[in-house]
Design a protein around this ligand. Structure first.
Ligand SMILES: NC(=O)c1ccc[n+]([C@@H]2O[C@H](COP(=O)([O-])OP(=O)(O)OC[C@H]3O[C@@H](n4cnc5c(N)ncnc54)[C@H](O)[C@@H]3O)[C@@H](O)[C@H]2O)c1
Length: 669
């Protein structure tokens, strides 16, 4: 298809005449069939809802077709309307536009649907099994045509994938406001999502899927590297001390697959167990693991040798994680750091496999005898927890990796609770990311070069390295380590070769770092050093964007971790301080009803306006969360916000008075 034809396709939106029906392509990774949850009347309503996008003359044909999709897949995706052109992050100038900001949004949105990026591209799902960009292809087509024709005096509004329309606004307003899965709180149970998603009135946007900010595997590798490296530091201060130390974990899937790569970056010996041979082979082919073993004896011998030789090497055990842990115990292997990243947030439908059965046997049992499957899983979990306890007694550092390991182990009756009912072990946010990063304002800042040119990305890498190195020279001790890790990361960024899809970069930076990098990039666009605008953004898994009591805000101990004021305030505050687009989501990572999270995109075009916006918006986007964390009495956040107030006279944050426990204990109720 020529560029002209592509542009005409975008501009036409939903075609007036029906395009040919699309064949279902079996070699594409498709979303699983969803639960059949609608009553007969509700199914009719779902059809009526879907047909709203089309001229009446097509209703008879489409009604039949959509009904079939609903019966076969549990959802109406409108496959017929999937465009014929390839969807990927094209150079920004390829998109027809009247607003350069809107063109940048098209670049980002297209990346989320790129076949090399999206998990189930035909169902418009980017990651996490259900992280939707849109609910159906009509929404995609309509959104693209709105973006292509809108001006800087309009704002596009999207309700859970549905483009409500273009509304008059002004040049400093966001070009786009997205909400995903926002529900009346009482209607936020998992089955409510199934039902209202099947009706076509809501969607699960995950974090960066429905907010058009996904950048492929780079984000997860960097986050995991920071986590594993800091976990290792909790036990071993220097790189030299860490050499030959053993890290044991589970999972080579979507996110978990980053663990061995991260462990290698941290200089450790690692063993990752993975029951699915396909997942293990994929990571081997990608070079994320070095060696795969099916024989436990051979693996143990190799591990001991690697420990003695102090190698940084990533080993994998293709088999059940509990068999691995029990053998390590039997063979008296020294394990220094342990965690688990099987999908225990989804234990009964293939997230965690029982010991004693092959993958195929387990998959069959899951469907044919779900009660027995549950029993076997819980038995395996109890054995799993026993091993963790025994190794911890010998000095291993264990952390929960946000996958509900501790929760499910406790539900299985494992010995995982202290006498006061708390878990024996902490989560990665409570122990690592919270106090070491989020409380100081360090979080997953990212940018995307909309020229789609690698040369532009390399220039931005260099600029970021220079900025962080300069900040490092006068940084207080408290944040030197974080800066150092990210300077090393950005220096090696090209070598690590993690760019898939758009020309994107991620690193962890605090408010000062984010603003200074953004300014340097904006300046480089102004002088022509960079050839096109750059989009700034971040993961929602950050200091301010997300309220999630068992993850991002799990290290908030004043009782407010079950509130979502921070995330909502963040979304609104970003919107009026200059963000090009803002998004607010229910769900993301830990599940529907369990988290509220938000994000932004900010287009830098080299203008003075962009400089003003980036300063105002990034300052708020980081310091909002630090203030809340400081009010919760988190020491690191108190340090960070007091330092910020010294630098910024018109920042006045309410600081808590610290109460002596003895004053409380003396009170009799
Ligand atoms: N990395 C992060 O930043 C992060 C953050 C928070 C939560 N998580 C959580 O981590 C979990 C993993 O995410 P994912 O996207 O990698 O999931 P995934 O399902 O793609 O991967 C999990 C892997 O574990 C394997 N597995 C399951 N049980 C096993 C067993 N008993 N023995 C050996 N292998 C087994 C599965 O075959 C699968 O390949 C999820 O629960 C996710 O919510 C990750």
């Amino acid at each position: 298809m020529t560029l002209n034809e592509f542009q005409n396709n975008i501009l036409q939106g939903i075609p007036k005449e029906l395009p040919n029906q699309k064949l279902y392509e079996p070699n594409i990774n498709h979303a699983p069939k969803r639960k059949d949850i609608l009553s007969l009347d509700e199914k009719k309503l779902a059809l009526k809802n879907a047909l709203r996008y089309f001229d009446k003359k097509h209703h008879a044909i489409l009604a039949k077709e959509f009904a079939e999709e609903l019966i076969t897949f549990g959802r109406i995706y409108m496959y017929r309307f999937r465009p014929d052109y390839k969807i990927y992050a094209r150079p920004i100038s390829d998109y027809p536009h009247k607003s350069i900001q809107a063109a940048a949004i098209m670049h980002m949105l297209s990346n989320n649907l790129d076949y090399n990026i999206a998990q189930h591209p035909h169902e418009l799902i980017t990651y996490g099994g259900n992280g939707s960009v849109f609910q159906n292809w009509a929404q995609y087509l309509l959104t693209m045509s709105y973006l292509a024709t809108m001006t800087d005096e309009q704002t596009l509004v999207i309700y859970s994938g549905h483009p409500t329309g273009l509304f008059p606004s002004h040049k400093d307003a966001p070009r786009l406001v997205v909400t995903n899965g926002m529900m009346i709180p009482n209607y936020s149970k998992p089955d409510d999502l199934e039902k209202y998603n099947a009706l076509g009135v809501t969607q699960y946007g995950q974090m960066t899927a429905g907010s058009f900010m996904y950048i492929g595997p780079q984000g997860i590798v960097h986050g995991t590297a920071i986590t594993v490296m800091n976990a290792a530091r909790k036990k071993f201060k220097t790189h030299e001390d860490r050499k030959g130390k053993l890290f044991v974990t589970c999972g080579l899937g979507g996110m978990s697959g980053a663990q061995p790569k991260a462990a290698k970056i941290a200089g450790l010996v690692s063993i990752t167990s993975e029951i699915n041979p396909k997942a293990a082979q994929t990571r081997l082919a990608q070079g994320w693991i070095d060696e795969v073993y099916t024989d436990l004896k051979a693996l143990i011998n190799r591990t001991k040798q690697a420990q003695i030789n102090k190698e940084a090497v990533s080993l994998a055990y293709q088999g059940n994680v509990v068999d691995l842990w029990e053998m390590l115990l039997k063979e008296n292997v020294q394990v220094d750091i342990g965690t688990d990243q099987s999908s225990l947030h989804n234990p009964w439908a293939g997230g965690y496999y029982p010991s004693g059965y092959s993958l195929e046997e387990s998959n069959a049992m899951m469907v044919e005898n779900p009660n027995k499957f549950k029993e076997e899983i819980q038995k395996t979990l109890r054995r799993h927890a026993d091993c963790i306890n025994k190794f911890s007694e010998k000095g291993m550092y264990f952390f929960d990796y946000g996958n509900a390991f501790l929760l499910e182990a406790s539900r299985a009756g494992a010995d995982i609770l202290k006498s006061n009912g708390e878990f024996k072990y902490k989560s990665y946010v409570q122990d690592i990311l919270g106090p070491m990063c989020f409380d100081y304002g360090f979080g997953p800042f990212r940018w995307v070069c909309t020229s789609a040119k690698i040369e532009d990305l390399e220039i931005t890498d260099k600029l970021a390295e220079e900025v962080l190195s300069k900040i490092y020279q006068n940084a207080p001790e408290e944040i030197k380590q974080q800066l150092h890790d990210n300077i090393v990361w950005i220096k090696d960024a090209k070598k690590n070769n993690l760019v898939v899809g758009s020309q994107a970069r991620i690193l962890y930076a605090d408010c000062e770092g984010r603003i200074k990098i953004a300014k340097a990039i904006n300046q480089a666009i102004k002088t022509g050093l960079l050839s096109a605008p750059v989009v700034l953004g971040r993961d929602h898994h950050d200091v301010s964007g997300t309220d999630s009591p068992y993850r991002e805000t799990s290290n908030i101990y004043d009782g407010s971790k079950f509130t979502a004021d921070m995330a909502v305030q963040n979304f609104v505050g970003d919107a009026f301080r200059g963000a090009t687009w803002v998004s607010l989501h229910n769900g993301g990572g830990v599940g529907w009803g369990e988290v509220i999270n938000g994000g932004f995109g900010l287009v830098l075009d080299g203008s003075d306006d962009a400089e003003k916006k980036l300063e105002q918006m990034l300052f708020w986007d980081v310091n909002n969360g630090i203030s809340r964390r400081a009010w919760a009495r988190n020491e690191e956040a108190l340090f960070a916000i007091k330092r910020e107030m010294e630098r910024t006279p018109n920042l006045i944050v309410t600081i808590p008075n610290i109460v002596n426990d003895s004053d409380i204990e003396a009170i009799v109720f």
